[in-house]
Design a protein around this ligand. Sequence first.
Ligand code: UD1
Ligand code: CA
Length: 459
Amino acid sequence: MSNWTGVILAAGQGTRMRSDLPKVLHTVCGVPLLGHVAAVMRAAGADRIVVVASPATAEMARFREAAGKDVLIAVQREPLGTAHALLSAREAAGAAGKLVVGAGDMALVRPESVSTLVGQHDSTGARIAMLTATVSDPTGLGRVIRDRNGEVSAVVEEAEADASQKLIAEVNTGWFCLEAAWAWDALERVRVSPVGERYLPDLVATAALTGHATSAQVSDASEALGVNTRVQLAEVERVLRDRVRRHHMLSGVTIRDPQTTYIDMDVEIGPDTELLPGNHIFSGTRIGANCEIGPNSMLRDCTIGDGATVISSHIEGAEIGAGVSVGPFSRIRAGTRVEPGSYIGNFAEIKNSRIGSGTHVGHFSYVGDAEVGRDVNIGAGTVTANFDGQDKHRTVIGDRVKIGSDTVIVAPVTIGEDASTGAGAVVNRDVPARATVVGVPAKTLSKRSINEPKKDGSG
Ligand code: UD1
Ligand code: CA
């Protein structure tokens, strides 16, 4: 297949969204519309991508981030229509070669459809190939007019269509493949429409005059759904969520109730993992194989190891090891690493901490900024008091420590290996290895060496 430059038209005002946010930055399945369209261009094989932006968005960091670092930004000074928008990309896109133009609000077009479009342009030698779709409700879209031989001859926009043209179900998707050298010249001569804009689809009629216009069809009608309003944003999201769930199910993930399972783009899920009803899995999450997630869990930007269980819990920015069980009703926050084989029960909040393997945090505890060793037991109601009103401090808990119920650990504090704290202790000084501390503030009750037999038989 031939080389081509992708051009994404994204400089429109998007007034129908009634939003302060540029339309193409509104997200579906966790990714801005602009990001979806750029991804489609890349997947279809674009050599490079030019995004046409308005002066207001061109320098916006979020705009560049959504499009990807590799894109070039061209500025359309005023929103004078889609033909004018494409012309604004002239310098960035280059004088010659092949262009694929996509509207920044048409995120459901599949890469395969774009490849079909490019293939059609290649094989027919046409100057312009338009991607069309036959839809059940064409309202608002440009209708495709065909000549006696069935070839495309023009596009009529809704506002200019007569009653019989409005009945046409075949529509312009807003994606085109064009010969650049011809397009730059032809675009200069596109008429100004009754609303004062220059329409890119008018190039179809220009090319058709000399028999140089052709078309290709999308593989399914959902690809023609665009985003002009927030109602359409929700429709597009529904279609895309369906596609994402299908992809995971076909890759071996069981989804008990697809309708209540929300999975963003860029989520990885291993085979034989089961998603129970009511989960929301945000972008940047990787779930291993043989896990059980839910019901009602929220995962964002985290890694879940093979065979882990996450019941009705929130996990964000954390790494959960293989075989770990979390929940119900726990919250694991950014910077946390829960090592394999540990157990986080109910009503635990863990932030920016390492929890060693085999450690149990069973019942309503707060563990923040802590380094917890292996095989530790954190008793019910334990709290690391990590904040002194000004700064956060760390807690270090050694291997095999037993923290008694309702212990408050006033950081910075280190509790040595094999030490214990009594119920209700307030630990505000370091505890040596193997010591037991009790009381408020906690004092050493006894010091015994694991190697020496006890002299008086007391603990
Ligand atoms: C456009 C097509 C219509 C097609 C539909 C499919 C035209 C005139 N009409 O209508 O035939 O069925 O898309 O989605 O092209 N934009 C600019 N600069 C502008 C105007 C628009 O960059 O001056 C961008 C917008 O940001 C948007 C895209 O072009 O991403 C399409 O513009 P929009 O106003 O949404 O066109 P539609 O009315 O949907
Ligand atoms: Ca549109």
